[in-house]
Design a protein around this ligand. Structure first.
Ligand code: 4F9
Length: 226
């Protein structure tokens, strides 16, 4: 998979060089390229934003550098063009699954005060939100998007990191509690059933725990109990 990220702050993306995504990039499974939107401005002072028509707080990213940057990214690169925005469709694991099947992606990072709407109307296929809160920019949500999509690309996760197959684990439930050695830590013991070696009882316990924690914390995830 190849991803082009369009941003005013390419240095913010250092986390994607670490850990599992960093390894996937070294292995050539994931390719990430950055385009600095400022490099595309025709303004002699390199400005990329201006005051909003109609007044109001904040600055608006101008259409010209954004559109020219997206067009440059699109050269010989047929890709779905995504804008990170609180106005977008809420991101879910199902959306991550869908996008992980794309060969190419272009991700535009902007600032909430906004981008000139004409640039979005002309160039963007989808807007995606990472939650109902406002950030200083779309860079952190873009990193979440890249991370969640990349780990679903075949070969990115090693066998020990392997994601739980959606057909085995219920995507509508939160995870059951996990334990590892020692069997007793500061006087607190691991639940007996997990040490029993009885596979059916362990599966039943885990299912009950997953239901319990989901009912307590995220009842909205359990469709029939809403
Ligand atoms: C984008 C917040 C996606 C949540 C972009 C400011 C954003 C965001 N999800 N906030 N710019």
């Amino acid at each position: 998979m190849k991803i082009k990220i369009l941003t005013l702050f390419p240095e913010m993306f250092a986390p994607l060089e670490q850990s599992i995504i960093g390894r996937a990039r070294k292995n050539g499974l994931i390719e990430i390229e950055y385009l600095n939107i400022r490099d595309f401005t025709t303004d002699k002072h390199k400005r990329v934003d201006d005051y909003p028509f109609g007044g109001g707080a904040g600055m608006v990213m101008q259409a010209q550098p954004v559109v020219d940057c997206i067009r440059a990214a699109m050269q010989d690169f047929p890709a779905k063009k995504i804008h990170m925005s609180p106005r977008g469709k809420p991101f879910t694991q199902a959306e991550a699954q869908r996008l992980s099947k794309e060969e190419n992606l272009i991700i535009l990072c902007s600032h909430y005060e906004g981008v000139d709407q004409r640039a979005l109307d002309m160039c963007i296929d989808e807007e995606i939100s990472m939650g109902d809160y406002v950030l200083t920019g779309g860079e952190l949500p873009a990193m979440c998007l890249v991370d969640s999509i990349s780990r679903l690309v075949p070969g990115v996760l090693g066998s020990s990191e392997s994601f739980v197959d959606e057909s085995f684990s219920d995507p509508n439930l939160l995870e059951y509690p996990q334990y590892t050695r020692p069997a007793e830590f500061e006087g607190i013991k691991v639940p007996d059933v997990l040490l029993s070696g009885h596979a059916a009882n362990i599966a039943k316990w885990r299912r009950e725990q997953a239901l319990l924690v989901t009912r307590q914390r995220r009842p909205d995830l359990i469709k029939d109990e809403k």
